[in-house]
Design a protein around this ligand. Structure first.
Ligand SMILES: Nc1nc2c(c(=O)[nH]1)N[C@H]1C(S)=C(S)[C@@H](COP(=O)(O)O)O[C@H]1N2
Ligand SMILES: [Mo]
Length: 315
């Protein structure tokens, strides 16, 4: 039997843009699966239509062997408050983020301030695949195959002055793009920060992609940091500026709720959030909770950064 479609009405005319976008993604994914394509690359391409493959990628000794969180979860379970406060919001609304052209400015206490564009960033150092655990302060976790290189490779470009003790990350913010109804208790732009020695640690990653392709918007395209031994909120997305400063920056979460979130935010199963325990976590896709590990399991690499500090007070 012949089924007649009505070509005169486009789905985009009868559904709001965001719903259309997600519906289109859903249909595209369905079509890919129906066509019998492998579940890997093609479903990914349908799910995140404007990412591009990154190659070659070097494997990293820092990678975990643990099972990867499926790409569909990495793309649909996000915290990116600029684009809404529910886990599914960023995948619906981050299409507003204009990711090209994009520049990142490095300034402050440095010998050679610089502005680099995204193509320069992609070529600055060999791209590596780094499979890291991501532990959110909300007590869930994922395993994500990031693409990027050590943040230190970028920071060294500007030759920090001896007086620089912290770096401050500023995320993209344009009130025309991030509409007022998305505003919650956080103030934008989203600000994060690290002590300079933390930022220079080779485990701190400049993230330019995941699952072998450029970063999807909801995951902080086109450039973010990934600091795997700290709670996820330290890993600022869609960065436009990195400033070298002398004093500890006032970052978004302590600013919003200063009793609940500290500057350091090292994953620590012994220091609970005021409203919940940090002893265990739910790995997305798993049923039973797992024990949370000190420094998210990266203690061998990073514990020495905190020698002599009381991590209950400097939480
Ligand atoms: N600019 C910005 N960066 C951000 C956030 C945010 O709301 N805005 N959320 C953080 C939090 S709480 C987490 S857990 C991670 C989530 O990263 P993912 O969505 O790629 O898994 O991003 C972090 N980076
Ligand atoms: Mo988080």
């Amino acid at each position: 039997m012949l089924i007649r479609h009505r070509p005169d009405i486009l789905p985009s005319e009868i559904t709001p843009r965001a719903r259309f976008e997600s519906r289109r993604r859903f249909l595209a994914q369905g079509a890919t699966l129906a066509a019998g394509a492998s579940l890997g690359l093609r479903a990914r391409a349908a799910n995140a239509p404007d990412t591009t493959p990154l190659a070659p990628l070097e494997p990293s000794p820092w990678s975990t062997q643990e099972a990867l969180t499926p790409l569909s979860k990495v793309l649909s379970y996000n915290n990116f408050y600029e684009f809404g406060s529910s886990k599914g919001d960023p995948s619906l609304y981050a299409f507003r983020l204009p990711i090209r052209p994009w520049t990142i400015t490095l300034d402050g206490l440095v010998h050679k301030p610089k502005t680099l564009d995204i193509d320069q960033l992609l070529k600055l150092a060999p791209l590596e695949e780094r499979i890291y655990r991501l532990r959110c302060v909300e007590a869930w976790s994922m395993v994500v195959p990031w693409v990027g290189y050590s943040l230190s490779a970028l920071l060294k470009q500007v030759e920090p002055l001896g007086s620089a003790r912290y770096v401050r990350f500023e995320s993209y913010y344009d009130p025309e793009v991030i509409h007022p109804h998305f505003f919650g208790f956080l103030k934008f732009p989203y600000i994060e920060g690290l002590r300079l020695d933390e930022a220079m640690h080779p485990l701190a990653l400049l993230g330019l992609g995941l699952y072998g392709e450029t970063l999807p918007r909801q995951n902080g395209a086109p450039v973010r940091v990934v600091v795997p031994w700290k709670y996820g909120f330290k890993s600022a997305k869609s960065i436009v500026r990195i400033s070298f400063v002398e004093d500890q920056p006032l970052t978004s979460w302590p600013r919003a709720e200063h009793n609940d979130y500290g500057f350091y935010a090292n994953v620590n199963p012994h220091v609970d959030h005021p409203h919940w325990s940090q002893a265990k976590e739910r790995r997305i896709g798993e049923f039973f909770k797992r024990d949370t590990l000190m420094f998210n399991g990266y203690g061998d690499a990073v514990a020495s950064l905190y020698a002599g500090m009381d991590l209950r007070r400097a939480f």
